[in-house]
Design a protein around this ligand. Sequence first.
Ligand code: NDP
Length: 244
Amino acid sequence: MEISFTGKSALVTGAGKGIGRATALALARCGANVTAVTRTQTDLDSLVQECPSISPVCVDLADWDATDAALQNIGTIDLLVNNAARTSLQPFLEVTQDQFDQTFSVNVKSVLHVSQIVARGMKARGSGGSIVNVSSQASQCALRDHAVYCASKGAVDTLTKVMALELGPFQIRVNAVNPTVVMTEMGHLAWSDPEKSKKMTSRIPLGRFAEVEDVVNTILFLLSDKSNMINGITLPVDGGFLAC
Ligand code: NDP
């Protein structure tokens, strides 16, 4: 299936590392003008070195006002990938206010805020658009020590559906992808212990974690006009984990 984004502009959050970085590069390869947003300047420097057509924006997306300022001149955006997120592991009874607030600020609040900024432009131009929120299998199942992360991704799933409902009339589609474990920096943080990872892979019918490209390809499909009638879904990229 040939996917082209020639003539389209895309914005990817959390584009410095992992899935976001690979998504930004894939979109550029497919012809999109890409704006890459993340908070570590050295990641943006190396990304632009790798793909000079990418426009970098450095901002901490947990900061509402800084995000407004950083994105005020982004111009026309047709495709948005809300990918930035953080995780920190702790038993439920040890979760602190700070861990909760930091996680929800990035994983949920920034999805709402960046989408507002981008969707207002899409609505004003009347040209429609496609938004993909990167959620997780953790939105739909309990994972030990992941209370805050699971709750934040559950919120992303529901937010995705409300956005799809309210933005659909403007031909703005909003969907989520829900990957299983991917061995990025975030994946290593939670799943590098072989005992733990073996237990998880044994619950995945395909018997393996997802590769970054498995997730990127699904995001590209949902952004593209090949999925023109798909709106408001949370699509597992999990080898069947959530089916069991
Ligand atoms: P990584 O940790 O590898 O990359 C996350 C990126 O987001 C980094 O570039 C990071 O920048 C950026 N980011 C984090 N916080 C902020 C912030 N406040 N402002 C701006 N940028 C920020 O994560 P993955 O690539 O693994 O994850 C990408 C998405 O996929 C996330 O939404 C995650 O929840 C989801 N996911 C991941 C899975 C996995 O196993 N890896 C499984 C299921 C879903 P910096 O490094 O500078 O903080």
